[in-house]
Ligand binder design. Sequence first.
Ligand SMILES: Cc1ncc(COP(=O)(O)O)c(C=O)c1O
Length: 482
Amino acid sequence: MTGTDFLQLSPAAAPARGLTGWLADAIRTAIMDGRLRAGAPLPATRLLAGDLGVSRGVIVEAYQRLADEGLVSGRPGAGTRVLGVPRPADPDAAGLGAAGPAAGPPPVPAGWREQAEIDLSPGVPDLSGFPRAAWMRAERAVLEQASVTELGYGDPRGSLALRTELAGWLARTRGLRAGPGDIIVTTGVAQALALLARVLGARGLGEIAVEDPGSRGARDDLAYWGLRPVPVPVDEHGMRVGELARGQARAALLTPAHQFPTGVVLAPQRRRDQLDWAAAADALIVEDDYDAEFRYDRAPVPALHASAPGLVAYAGSTSKTLAPGMRLGWLVPPVRLRAELTEAKYASDLGSPALPQLVLARLIAGGELEQHIRLVRKRQRSRRDALLRALREHLPEARVQGVAAGLHLLITFPGLTSSDADLAEAILRAGVLVQPLSWHRQRPGTPGFVLGYAAHTADRLHEAARRIGQALVSGRGVSGPG
Ligand SMILES: Cc1ncc(COP(=O)(O)O)c(C=O)c1O
């Protein structure tokens, strides 16, 4: 034997004499730098001696030295284990510097999810409906058939099989004209935004226009990666492009097919204005197509990217169709940004995990993804209808918006006197988690609540609406029904 996995020790690296000291030094260093933590077992002396090709006496002696120093426990027969060593209590003492300022409160405060009996957070599909059987069948087939090359480090843009299927899927369902070479597989829209922020920042961009109200998560993500989100108001036609054009931003993040959280579809004139702005200002539109698959009673609108691939970076994912935990998404950037984005993806993680990509490719090719979406769409539509009925009964004053598509709707109360954040706390005390609209705003506006309905049965939605109604009446926000 010439070495061991344990601390990657090799006697070839040891001095000809003094093997014991060399081994004790190596283990001591690993304990001090944290590679060996309190409680970690050291290898049995006989095994380590065999692996290193040295006499067992060398190992016993080295362990004894460490035991004498109080670094390991040395009870014969019980195995040798690492003992704790004092460590700095705070990161400053370790020379890591102080933590930077927090970007703001997270979208859902700590503890809220645990308190809620019914969680109406938007953006989560019915995870109990995940197509486990289809996924398992596809994964088995992939494992049987994947070539060794497909399991290696591949193209950082992702598996060719998935990019080929995605190109067809996005052409069929969203009108995109993109080949496999135009697509970068990501770990979700979130990573697409992170890569874009990195690349745009490196090109000297400091800010990006975002919808107001708009996705708090997306905004925080961009800010984390160094772009300052500048709010541009949204009205019933989508982002007000006139205000965007008066600002300095040379990039804008939009949700054109289903604005988050209002549910507005970007109006035809605004689409044209938006593209004109990008062409005239040499700017980039980032299209977040986060839940495009779920459209119930309105005509489909193609992606903005379909009209101007050179001006739009298109991002989507399976977070709403399959599950957010899959972390599978895609980015279709303009050609001029492709090389830099591919480099950023490579620097981030060398490419997304191969197996889930191959499974998704198979589910698209075999039609299972489409079948799943059809099924879920039907279920979600009937849940939306149930929530609408319940809202009419228990919250007749609410103005309901954004019902034609997606996994959530918005209720607003133009005459509401209390803050929606305070009322969301009162609603939470009644057992229901709703996100106040103000969380998704950068400037003050009409109070309201975002209600995600996809993950709940009609009965639960009815109960949620009843409790929201009661909490609002006792919070004196609105008058009761009838
Ligand atoms: C509007 C919007 N954009 C982006 C995301 C992040 O999506 P992903 O899970 O694909 O990273 C979400 C998640 O809920 C969202 O609601």
